[in-house]
Design a protein around this ligand. Structure first.
Ligand code: FES
Length: 109
């Protein structure tokens, strides 16, 4: 039985996401929240683990690599996906980001 290869899917050019900004993408039916932090790009599942709202519309803390859900204020680590504050109690998925020259891609398992 063969193991499926991870898929590397281009999201945008690096310049398309300003430092400290978040942007939502849908690739292969998966909603991705791409965030540009002080330490580089991070990608997590775009849907908050509390309710069905887009994390990409939340406020970014670029120094701490965190994003705050705009709806009820849960804070998520963009490094681990962990929910750091209530009301969300479950993590969001974290995806590997590949930056090649000016291309920013997400790696989907
Ligand atoms: S929908 Fe995100 S904290 Fe409630």
């Amino acid at each position: 039985m063969s193991v499926p290869e991870p898929r590397v899917l281009r999201l945008c050019a690096a310049a398309d996401v300003a430092p400290g900004a978040a942007r939502r993408f849908v690739v292969d039916g998966v909603g991705i929240c791409l965030v540009r932090c002080a330490d580089g790009f991070h990608a997590v599942a775009d849907t908050c683990s509390h309710e069905d709202y887009s994390l990409a519309e939340g406020e970014v803390d670029a120094e701490r690599a965190e994003i705050e859900c705009w709806k009820h204020g849960s804070l998520f680590s963009l490094v681990t996906g962990e929910s750091l504050t209530l009301p969300a109690t479950r993590p969001v998925a974290v995806y590997e980001v590949a930056v090649d020259n000016d291309d920013v891609s997400v790696v989907l398992p």
